[in-house]
Design a protein around this ligand. Structure first.
Ligand code: DLL
Length: 434
């Protein structure tokens, strides 16, 4: 039986949890209306007053917040505490324009750490485990976040950060690492590098768990990772605006637990903003209930998922979200058909002869969108015989067409020829926006 880090909270009856959420929401809204010029003006312009929040559902009356709000108020104009109360900054990379800055009070860091202590304990990690943290340390939240969480539960941390992969593998063996935290694409890369060094992660190390996230990955990818590396692979989610990685699957692997005392979630229709029912797929929206430096009300993550409020088989009562299948702005529209890179990954991984490494190139040919999927053949299946390769290519093209409902061009490439990633994978090259 896997123990809860904080059973009183994690197994709290749902009715009680919702009462707590309502109390926290009400306090937050009053405080922000009274003391934050940004939120005061937002609520006033939206025609909502804290007195209008009479139930948890009334969160829907509040205005949304988006990435542009943080960018427009760069670096710290939405912060609600003075600089001398901050203990840390993290800065997100900002792929499209200005970066965004997140500030933390000591209590913010403590809540973030508590959240990860619960998450790591829920998948069966604790004192005695050795956790290699191979997310980037520094402005990115992955490294330091997992580091603090792992120390809090009494595990031993190996803070390798990203890169220097051969050294990482040596340390994994020498220090008897039992769990690794990194992006799924980096773990796959590590597996390949280990193989070249003559080391099998499955047979020659003590690794039993991967805490994998920061980028979309499919259920098929989980199966491949678990099978090839002989570990259990857990999905961990977060964004820098929430604090960083915060929520993870438990040992049941039945969705990501979102701690309700820290966050209130909604799933909305990204086009209309309307709230969807549990089980319906839409955009994930967060209200962080206990954040001091940069409170977030109805933060639109852009991430697409579903939620459930059913109690998990592990006994934890908090809401869960399913694997993120893509981002609202990730969706490619190919000749009018909506395509998510995650669908392509899932379809490719049904073909045993191809590897996990692929690249999507989108271009415009005349008035039409054109998509090319480049995928590596696995070394075992790689052959010089053109006819063999043609057969695999046809199989891949067929699987993609039937899963996406649109014909795509396929190019088979040699094992090891596509780029590898230490941090987040970049699999889509959209030449239409270059
Ligand atoms: O990626 C925080 C993080 C670090 C999460 C380590 C998990 C592990 P950002 O750089 O702000 O923060 O990027 C956040 O990454 O909105 C999602 O689109 C994506 N993302 C994060 N985790 C997952 C996941 C960190 N498990 C953005 N599955 C989010 C799919 C994920 N996408």
């Amino acid at each position: 039986m896997v123990k809860c880090w904080n059973p009183q909270i994690e197994e709290m009856p749902q009715e009680e949890l919702q009462k707590l959420q309502y109390k926290l929401l009400k306090t937050l809204v009053y405080q922000l209306y009274s003391f934050s010029p940004f939120y005061h003006d937002r609520m006033r312009d939206h025609g909502v007053h804290p007195d209008d929040i009479q139930s948890l559902e009334d969160v829907a009356r509040l205005p949304f917040m988006m990435k542009s709000d943080l960018r427009d108020n760069y670096p710290d104009r939405i912060f609600t505490v003075p600089q001398d109360e901050l203990v840390r900054y993290h800065v997100s990379s900002g792929t499209t324009g200005k970066p965004t800055v997140v500030g933390y009070t000591q209590r913010d860091v403590d809540n973030w750490t508590e959240s990860l202590a619960r998450a790591l304990s829920s998948l069966g990690i604790g004192r005695g485990d050795v956790i290699q943290v191979s997310y980037g340390y520094g402005l990115f939240t992955g490294g330091l976040g997992l580091h603090y969480g792992a120390e809090r539960i009494g595990a031993t941390v190996v803070p390798t950060s990203v890169g220097n992969t051969e050294r990482q593998i040596e340390l994994m063996q020498d220090l008897r690492v039992t769990a690794i935290a990194c992006t799924p694409s980096y773990l796959i890369h590590m597996g390949e590098v280990a193989e070249k060094m003559g080391i099998s992660i499955k047979n020659d190390t003590f690794l039993k768990a991967g805490i994998l996230g920061a980028e979309p990955w499919s259920e098929k990818m989980r199966m491949r990772i678990e099978e090839t590396l002989g570990i259990k692979a857990f999905d961990i989610y977060g964004t820098s605006e929430l604090s960083g990685p915060m929520f993870c699957e438990c040992h049941e692997q039945q969705g990501i637990h979102v701690w309700g005392d820290l966050a209130l979630i909604e799933i909305i229709d990204p086009k209309t903003g309307e709230i969807l029912e549990p089980g319906e797929r839409g955009e994930l929206v967060f209200t962080i209930l206990q954040k001091e430096a940069l409170p977030m009300i109805r933060w639109r993550t852009g991430d697409i998922t579903t939620m459930t409020t059913e109690t998990c088989a592990c006994g934890r009562t908090h809401p869960r979200i399913s694997r993120i299948t893509g981002r609202v702005d990730d969706m490619l529209i190919i000749r009018g058909i909506n395509v998510f890179p995650s669908q392509i990954e899932t379809a490719l991984l049904t073909v045993p002869e191809v590897s996990e490494h692929f690249q999507i190139v989108v271009d415009r040919k005349g008035a039409l969108d054109d998509m090319l999927v480049r995928v590596e053949v696995r070394s075992e299946a790689f052959s010089d015989k053109i006819t063999d390769l043609m057969k695999i290519k046809e199989k891949v093209a067929h699987r993609l067409r039937s899963s996406l409902n649109v014909a795509v061009n396929v190019e088979m490439v040699e094992p090891g020829s596509l780029p590898r990633f230490e941090g987040k994978a970049k699999r889509v090259i959209d030449k239409r926006v270059m």
